[in-house]
Write a protein that binds this ligand. Structure first.
Ligand code: SF4
Ligand SMILES: [Zn+2]
Length: 368
């Protein structure tokens, strides 16, 4: 993976240095992980694949990391924009602790610039505003206590991108494991290998978006030059760290809905993450700068499911579309209904405690 920035420096914003220095004295800022000193007070951030080279007095592309006098600090350590006890099915994660609640939190900022973003109020909120950031102080121990009080079995970093929040997710994940809770990243997958390897020992589930096999979608809709690094890190999460992976592809008319692209996506997942990796193909709704597109036709999603199965994937699910059976889990050998889902509710119908079909012993890649 190249250790080069993929950000044009003109895109990095100035920060209000004197206000931040005062907040640093109050302990609001945390020194960032994975920072590499460069010449002239610049620092390279190696938390995500943008690898911003941040001059002193500027913020990184995600607007959550600032360079004050040659040291980078995260501005969002205890900053929580949303928190809820969600069914894990809402992530969506279908094969890990089905039916459980996970305490889900999100912060501010993002390392993508998706023109179709549905969370822009959160993702592009200005995390470099001292007045905003200083209002929050939800420490990792508060996260664990809240999860336990809400009878959750796990915690999830979601809503905005956990890939820019390493200092907080790492401390939280360590405490979560100590407390017997499972841990989930809901991510766009643009973290670096170094980031993954830091959190790897403490992360159980990696729910990653694989938007397309085509670089043009990543380049033109998201302003990321290539999908290659995302795929490599997902493979590493599975192969090096043995995490449970689930993939989501939001099927966007004209952008990634061609048969060829969907076939390549499904094949890549089967070949690199395993054919029992759940693949969620979800319905796109027009939003923001993609208002001109129609919602994904249901028939196109059904076709994507068929393509996934033809390419060998054992568990392909429909998302953002109400259907009678599109979210159920069936044994792929004999068709036994294993888990029935309706909305975000899951009912375990026929699964052995070790995640197999009780009729014929087929391994369903289910962690109960
Ligand atoms: S985490 Fe933020 S500052 Fe660091 S490389 Fe990514 S976008 Fe840049
Ligand atoms: Zn079976």
């Amino acid at each position: 993976m190249p250790a080069q920035s993929v950000v044009d420096e003109s895109e990095l914003m100035d920060v209000q240095e004197s206000e931040w220095r005062a907040l640093k004295e109050e302990g609001v800022l945390r020194e960032a992980l994975l920072q590499e000193k460069l010449d002239g007070g610049r620092v390279r951030c190696n938390v995500c694949q943008r690898r911003c080279s941040i001059p002193s007095g500027k913020a990184g592309y995600c607007m959550t990391r600032i360079n004050l006098g040659g040291i980078v600090y995260t501005t969002i350590y205890g900053v929580i924009s949303s928190a809820a006890a969600d069914p894990i099915e809402k992530k969506p994660v279908f094969h890990y602790k089905p039916g459980s609640l996970c305490y889900s939190v999100g912060s501010l900022g993002c390392n993508f610039r998706c023109v179709f973003c549905q969370n822009w109020q959160i993702s592009f909120a200005d995390a470099v505003q001292p007045t905003v950031v200083s209002q929050y102080n939800f420490l990792p121990q508060d996260l664990i206590r809240s999860a336990q009080e809400a009878a959750c079995e796990g915690v999830a970093w979601t809503y905005n991108e956990p890939g820019i929040w390493l200092e907080y997710t790492l401390d939280g994940a360590r405490l979560a494991k100590d407390a017997g809770l499972y841990t989930v990243y809901v991510t766009n997958g643009y973290v670096t290998e170094e980031h993954l390897d830091m959190i790897g020992p403490y992360l159980d589930v990696y729910r990653v978006d694989i938007k397309s096999m085509s670089d043009s979608l990543y380049r033109e809709l998201i302003r990321v030059p290539t999908a290659a690094g995302i795929l490599e890190v997902a493979k590493r999460a599975r192969q090096k760290w043995g995490m449970h992976l689930e993939c989501v592809t939001n099927v966007i008319p004209t952008w990634n809905d061609s048969e060829d692209n969907l076939r390549q996506t499904a094949r890549w997942i089967a070949d690199n993450l395993g054919d029992a990796t759940p693949w969620h193909v979800t319905r796109f709704f027009p939003y923001a700068k993609l208002q001109n597109l129609p919602p994904t036709p249901p028939a196109a999603l059904e076709k994507a499911v068929e393509i996934g199965r033809q390419e060998g994937l054992k568990f392909v699910y429909l998302g953002n579309l109400a259907t009678a059976t599109g979210q159920n889990t069936y044994c792929y050998t004999d068709g036994t209904l294993s888990i029935e889902r309706s909305g975000y509710r899951a009912r375990i119908v026929a699964v052995t405690p070790d995640g197999k079909c009780p009729t014929d012993g087929t391994d369903l890649n289910l962690h109960l």
